[in-house]
Design a protein around this ligand. Structure first.
Ligand SMILES: [Zn+2]
Length: 256
């Protein structure tokens, strides 16, 4: 087996994660992606090229800025590690096919909105717009059968969460609603529904764990739902078909 493509995907993953992290932060704050150059958020010193190498820079600097010695949050490093491990797995899910392009764009999209929602409780409109165009075009070239199922998927994702927004009286954000519209383009209507179910399950589990450790979960507490929707969407994309098959084969077998 030639391992070179997998090594390339691992490196590509860590670079994309690093880039996605910066975009998520900057767009969440409403800043430009391009200017100013990458800098330390504390002392504002511009970073040199060798401080921008994913994984490597963080390890060499032992997680600290070289000038002000303030610590660089570990989630930068963890996100890059995760992408480095996860990207090479994708060919085993979708094969070395054009769908790989959709998979990697989708992963980048979910990463950016998760960072932005976690740090600033916002899913930027611009990100949703850019990626709805990119992923929409990709789905047109690598289509469902029939192709218009992507439109149905987008509508189902959007309106399902819109309904949740109405019923919960603002319990989720408008960004979440649009997010699932974009996700629906990629997943189609069955899997986008599964993604929402999985996200709700993960979110409830998280709140349950918070309660278990007696953290205060108050009624007005703002909990970003975006990262849970991202986890649910990724899980539905990667193993949705087998999950649905397993579910029906298990439960239909229980019927008399
Ligand atoms: Zn600094």
């Amino acid at each position: 087996m030639n391992s070179l493509p997998y090594v390339f995907l691992a490196l590509f993953g860590s670079v994309v994660a690093s880039f996605g992290h910066v975009v998520g932060h900057r767009m969440g704050k409403g800043d430009s992606i391009i200017a100013p150059r990458s800098h330390c958020p504390y002392c504002h010193r511009f970073l040199r090229w060798y401080e921008l190498i994913p994984l490597f820079s963080w390890m060499v600097q032992r997680g600290r800025c070289r000038t002000c010695q303030r610590s660089i949050p570990i989630h930068y490093f963890l996100m890059e590690c995760l992408a480095c491990c996860f990207f090479p797995l994708f060919p085993s899910f979708v094969g070395w096919s054009p769908e790989l392009l959709v998979a990697l764009s989708f992963l980048l999209f979910l990463l950016i909105i998760s960072v932005s929602d976690l740090c600033y409780l916002i899913i930027p409109h611009r990100i949703l717009l850019y990626f709805s165009i990119l992923l929409g075009i990709e789905r047109l070239f690598i289509p469902f059968d029939p192709w218009w199922l992507m439109v149905v998927g987008g509508a189902v994702g959007f309106f399902t969460l819109y309904l949740v927004l109405l019923v919960s009286k603002g319990g989720i954000g408008g960004g979440d609603v649009k997010l699932m519209g974009v996700v629906g383009l990629v997943l189609g209507w069955q899997l986008v529904l599964l993604a929402i179910i999985l996200a709700t399950f993960c979110g409830s589990l998280y709140v349950g764990i918070l309660l278990l450790f007696r953290q205060s979960v108050t009624k007005g507490m703002l909990l970003p739902f975006g990262p849970f929707l991202a986890i649910g969407s990724l899980a539905a994309y990667v193993m949705g078909d087998s999950l649905v098959t397993w579910y029906f084969s298990t439960f239909l077998a229980l019927l008399p």
